[in-house]
Design a protein around this ligand. Structure first.
Ligand code: PLP
Length: 395
C-alpha cells in the first residue's frame, strides 16, 4: 500500500476530507512535498512554527539534551535543568503574580489543569467560558465549547459550565460569588481571529476582583509574539490569575503550560496531595526546545516587525470579495461571503504554492498565521496569490 492508503487505512482520521498532502521536509517559511514543490507556510501548523521550520539553535538544543538525557522521572519530582530554566525564564518574562508554571503536554491539558486549579483555589464549582471559544478537545476542554454540535455525542461532560458572549459587557455580571473562574482567549482563535475589546477585559478583571473569581487567559494560540508583544494580554494592561500557554511555546515540540502564583500552585500539592500529575509534562527535550525557542524569538528580534508585517498584509489584501480582515499582528482572518468560495480560494492558493486554511468556527475566513520570520517579499507573494485567486473564483 502507498503511504496515502496506509494513512487512510491505519491512521485515525478526524474528517472525511483530510488534506492528504505528503510533505517531505520543511525549512524556514516553506514546506516541500515529495515532488520538491515549495509551499509558503501561512498557517504554521496552526500557530506552532512561529520561528519558521528547522531553526538551527532549537535543533541544536534538542540534540544536546537528547545526548544528556531524555525522560528520567514523572513531572515535578527531580530537579531537571531544562524544565527549571524554562519555568524560571517564564517567571522573568511575566508579571509578578504569574511566577509559577506547571508544564504539561498540550493546550487542552493546560486548560484542564487550570480549571482544576481554579476550583481548588476558590473552593467553587461554577465555571464560565465565552461563546465560540476553543480551549481544546479533551472532556474538560470540550465542556467549554459553546457549540452543541461538537458536544452532543460526548455527554455527559463537565457540569456547572455556563457561557457569556465574548466582548459583551452586560454578560460580565453573570460572574458571581459562586464562580470559580472565567476563561477566555484574548484573541478568539477558531472564531476567526477576533480580538477582545479593552473594556471587556477591564470589566472581567474588575468583576473577578469583586467576586473572588479567577480570571484565566488562554494564550495557547496568541502567545509567543504573534500579536507583536510576547503575550497578547500585555497590550491591554490586564493581568490574569492563570495564563495558558501551548503551541508555539514548544518551538515545534509538544508542550502546554498553566501559569499562576506560587501561592495558588502550592495548593495542587495539598488536599489532595498530587492534585495534578503527569508523566511526561515538561519533557526535558521539549523543555530544552522551548527555552531555545524563547531565546531565538528575542535574538532574532521577531516581535519588532510583526506590526509592519500586519500593515503590509492589510495594504495588499484589497479585493471586493473581502468583506473585512479581522485580527491583529500575524493573526489575521480574511472574511469572504461563504465556505464554498473560501474553499475554492484556499485550494487554488495551494496549487500556487501557498498553504492556508480556514477556521473551526469561521469556515468563510482565510487564515493568515505565518511564522513570524515571514519576509516582506513573501508577504507580497502571498497577498498577490490570494488576490489572484480571489479574481479567479469571483470572476
Ligand atoms: N486553546 C486555544 C486557544 C487553541 O487554539 C487550542 C488549539 O487550537 C487549544 C487551546 C488546544 O490546544 P491543543 O490542541 O494543544 O490541545
Amino acid at each position: 500500500m502507498t503511504p496515502k492508503q496506509l494513512f487512510l487505512t491505519h491512521q485515525a482520521q478526524t474528517t472525511h476530507f483530510p488534506l492528504m498532502m505528503e510533505m517531505e521536509k520543511a525549512e524556514g517559511n516553506y514546506l516541500y512535498d515529495k515532488a520538491g514543490k515549495a509551499y509558503l507556510d501561512l498557517i504554521s501548523g496552526i500557530s506552532v512554527s512561529h520561528l519558521g521550520h528547522g531553526n538551527q539553535r532549537v535543533k541544536a538544543a534538542i540534540k544536546a539534551q537528547v545526548d544528556k538525557h531524555m525522560h528520567l522521572m514523572i513531572y515535578g519530582e527531580f530537579v531537571q535543568n531544562p524544565q527549571v530554566m524554562l519555568c524560571a525564564e517564564l517567571a522573568k518574562l511575566l508579571p509578578e503574580n504569574l511566577n509559577c508554571t506547571y508544564l504539561v503536554n498540550s493546550g487542552a491539558e493546560a486548560t484542564d489543569g487550570a480549571l482544576k486549579l481554579a476550583k481548588r483555589v476558590t473552593g467553587r464549582a461554577q465555571i464560565l467560558a465565552c461563546k465560540n471559544a476553543y480551549h481544546g478537545s479533551t472532556h474538560a476542554a470540550l465542556s467549554l465549547n459553546s457549540e452543541e454540535y461538537y458536544k452532543q455525542a460526548f455527554r455527559p461532560l463537565l457540569p456547572g459550565i455556563d457561557f457569556i458572549e465574548f466582548n459583551n459587557l452586560t454578560d460580565v455580571s453573570k460572574i458571581n460569588e459562586q464562580t470559580a473562574c472565567i476563561i477566555t482567549e484574548v484573541i478568539q482563535g477558531e472564531a476567526g481571529y477576533l480580538p477582545a475589546n479593552l473594556e471587556f477585559l477591564q470589566a472581567l478583571r474588575s468583576r473577578c476582583n469583586e467576586t473572588g473569581t479567577l480570571l484565566i487567559f488562554d494564550e495557547i494560540q496568541s502567545g509567543m509574539g504573534k500579536t507583536g508583544t510576547l503575550f497578547a494580554f500585555e497590550k491591554y494592561g490586564i493581568v490574569p490569575d492563570i495564563l495558558l500557554l501551548g503551541k508555539a511555546l514548544g518551538a515545534g515540540m509538544p508542550i502546554g503550560a498553566f501559569v499562576s502564583s506560587k501561592t495558588n500552585m502550592n495548593l495542587l500539592a495539598d488536599a489532595p496531595i498530587l492534585g495534578h500529575i503527569t508523566t511526561f509534562g515538561g519533557h526535558p527535550v521539549v523543555a530544552a526546545a522551548a527555552l531555545a525557542g524563547i531565546e531565538e524569538l528575542f535574538r532574532l528580534n521577531l516581535l519588532e516587525s510583526v506590526q509592519k508585517k500586519e500593515q503590509l498584509f492589510r495594504k495588499l489584501l484589497i479585493h471586493p470579495a473581502i468583506c473585512r480582515i479581522t485580527g491583529t499582528g500575524l493573526m489575521l482572518g480574511i472574511e469572504l461571503d461563504n465556505f464554498d468560495n473560501n474553499l475554492k480560494v484556499i485550494q487554488a492558493c495551494m496549487e500556487q504554492g501557498l498553504l492556508t486554511d480556514w477556521f473551526l468556527f469561521a469556515n468563510h475566513k482565510i487564515r493568515i498565521a505565518p511564522p513570524l520570520t515571514i519576509t516582506f517579499e513573501e508577504i507580497e507573494f502571498a497577498s498577490n496569490v490570494i488576490v489572484g485567486q480571489l479574481n479567479a473564483v469571483y470572476a
